[in-house]
Design a binder for this molecule. Structure first.
Ligand code: ZN
Length: 53
């Protein structure tokens, strides 16, 4: 399957839309699992935690 999963950086939800249906924030594309996405998202999560806290 090649569905394009997008993720909202604000409320951390996954969607297929370019705009988050929950909060209206522009979503970001996710990458295939071959590039260790957990590390990348961990980086984003830390950055987001600082912004939202
Ligand atoms: Zn959202």
């Amino acid at each position: 399957m090649r569905s394009k999963i997008l993720r909202c950086p604000a409320c951390d939800s996954y969607t297929l839309k370019e705009i988050c249906p929950n909060c209206g924030t522009a979503t970001r594309g996710t990458r295939p699992a071959r590039f260790s996405p957990e590390d990348r998202y961990g980086k984003y999560r830390r950055a987001l935690a600082q912004e939202t806290s």
